[in-house]
Design a protein around this ligand. Structure first.
Ligand code: BES
Ligand code: ZN
Ligand code: ZN
Length: 505
């Protein structure tokens, strides 16, 4: 099936859409022209129009996919458009797809400037690959409808454009596979993906792509005096997992021994890996609790990012740390009122055992610093409040350093993911003051719950430039979109990867 993109060229003043094809091919224009003129296709984002046996073309089917308004054209529209093509093809049993690389003489240079060929090819392949999985792994009657082959057609393009497309295509394949890997982990039920199983899957991935990894459990967690991490883990029959993944560049400044001391950055990626969150003794209501299997989406994002890093080989050292446990109510479980001592030495009063993510991350962040990390990022499904604040479109971004946050925002231009920065200035520190310990694990009030969570983590990042991504509202999507299956989104993988690459020397 040949897929061609179309945009709506109408200006704001014009009421009627004006669809135009992003191809200079006369044959395609001939086959599709009268349908476009007929007004049945408006080129809205993800809209599809199928033409059977298109005259003058060798393909059996020609699919026109809308990319929305021409003036908003960017690689993210292309990502979604390519995804819509794949989602259209799959249920119809179409396994081989060729997508025409967007080009059109009808578009102004200004529009095409917004579609650099490498980034566009990468987004196109990402969109197509991300659209492929369906989360029906546990259905016994599932049929594999995966796409068999994907080609990008740019027959008339100049050599430099062809090369850009080739590079973008290869990158897109790697990035999307990493994100799909993260999504497959997030999809797994809690009885399958225990902390031990997460450790095994991470270690297998590391072996496959040439990363060093270690998976520790109770003994090491106690030896490191990770009292905050252990307090969460102690209530489960399932042992916790402390997963460490290391990426060292082959050459360049980032690879030198003692690089941190010489001023080269060492990036620490820390993920919340709660494989199931019952809330513990502060137990959650039954309604919707099944969703808490995805409370390891932060870990999934970091494991996915490490996989892409291993394959794209930036010149910067990266250490991935996953703190994985099950949060269960039990005779041995931690209780509200308990006081525990974190690895950093800070004492924490447990007010609510459901605020467990910040506890495991507190020790993960501190541990990352002891391993020499100079820059930290953590990802976590930390608070329900982030969905209340930002809805399901933007994830939360917090940082103790403006330059680091701006660098991350720069990475979003390539990733196409949406993160919105919220404050975590010291004015909010009162919220986590405890009368009995150094700090407490929930706020004195309910207001600004996501900020309170960030303030708690900030205590453990200290002076190290740090970013906190709260992905609780965006890690799982129950709404069907034309370009991607519902379920685990894999949010964070692409942005974390681009942020890391921005430190490559
Ligand atoms: N895992 C939850 C947060 C969450 C909520 C993730 C919805 C995904 C979807 C987290 O551990 C939690 O329970 N947080 C509490 C914090 C509160 C006790 C301060 C919350 O959001 O209610
Ligand atoms: Zn919780
Ligand atoms: Zn949780």
């Amino acid at each position: 099936m040949l897929t061609v993109f179309a945009v709506d060229l109408a200006t704001a003043a014009e009421a009627e859409p004006m669809p135009t094809l992003l191809t200079a091919s006369d044959a395609v224009a001939g086959a599709a022209g009268r349908f476009l003129r007929g007004g049945e296709f408006k080129a809205t984002l993800g809209e599809t129009l199928l033409i059977h046996a298109p005259g003058g073309l060798r393909a059996e089917r020609l699919l026109i996919v809308g990319l929305g308004k021409a003036k908003r054209l960017n690689p993210d529209q292309v990502r979604k458009g390519a995804g819509a093509a794949v989602r259209f093809a799959k249920p119809r049993g179409v396994r081989d797809l060729a997508i025409a690389f967007p080009e059109d003489k009808a578009l102004s240079d200004e529009h095409l400037d917004d579609l650099p060929c490498e980034a566009t090819a990468r987004a196109l392949v990402e969109g197509a690959e991300l659209a492929d999985p369906d989360y029906d792994t546990y259905k016994t009657d599932r049929k594999d409808k995966s796409i068999g082959s994907l080609a990008v057609v740019a027959a008339d393009a100049e050599r430099s454009v062809q090369e850009g497309i080739r590079v973008g295509f290869e990158e897109g394949r790697i990035v999307a596979a990493a994100q799909n890997f993260a999504r497959s982990l997030v999809n797994e039920p809690g009885n399958v993906l225990t902390p031990t199983a997460l450790g095994q899957r991470a270690a297998a991935m590391c072996a496959e792509v040439g990363l060093r990894s270690e998976v520790h459990s109770t003994e090491k967690i106690k030896e490191l005096k990770m009292g905050a991490f252990w307090s969460v883990a102690q209530g489960s029959e399932e042992p916790p997992a402390l997963i460490v993944m290391r990426y060292e560049p082959e050459d360049g400044a980032g690879s030198k021994e003692g690089a941190a001391a010489e001023g080269s950055p060492v990036i620490g990626l820390v993920g919340k890996g709660i494989t199931f969150d019952t809330g513990g003794i502060s137990i959650k209501p039954a309604d919707g609790m099944e969703k808490m299997k995805y409370d390891m989406a932060g870990a999934g994002a970091m494991i996915g990012a490490m996989r892409a890093i291993a394959e794209l080989k930036p010149k910067v050292r990266v250490i991935g740390i996953i703190c994985s446990a099950e949060n269960m109510p039990d005779g041995k479980a931690f209780k509200p009122g308990d006081v525990v001592t974190a690895m950093s030495g800070k004492t924490i009063e447990i007010v609510n055992t459901d605020a467990e993510g910040r506890l495991v991350l507190a020790d993960g962040l501190h541990y990352a610093k002891t391993l020499g990390c100079t820059h930290l990022i953590n990802a976590a499904t930390l608070t329900g409040a982030i969905g209340v604040a930002l809805g399901r479109l933007n994830a939360g971004l917090f940082s103790n350093d403006d330059a680091t946050a701006e660098r991350f925002e720069g990475a979003l231009k390539t990733s196409g993911e949406k993160f919105w920065r919220l404050p975590c200035t010291d004015d909010y520190a009162d919220q986590i003051k405890s009368s009995i310990a150094d700090i407490q694990n929930t706020g004195i009030t309910r207001y600004g719950g996501s900020i309170t969570g960030a303030m708690f983590l900030k205590e453990f990042a200290g002076e190290t430039p740090w970013i906190h991504l709260d992905i609780a509202g965006t890690a799982w999507d129950d709404e069907q979109k034309p370009w991607i299956a519902k379920g685990p989104t894999g949010i964070g993988v692409r942005s974390i990867l681009e942020w890391v690459r921005s430190y490559s020397d």
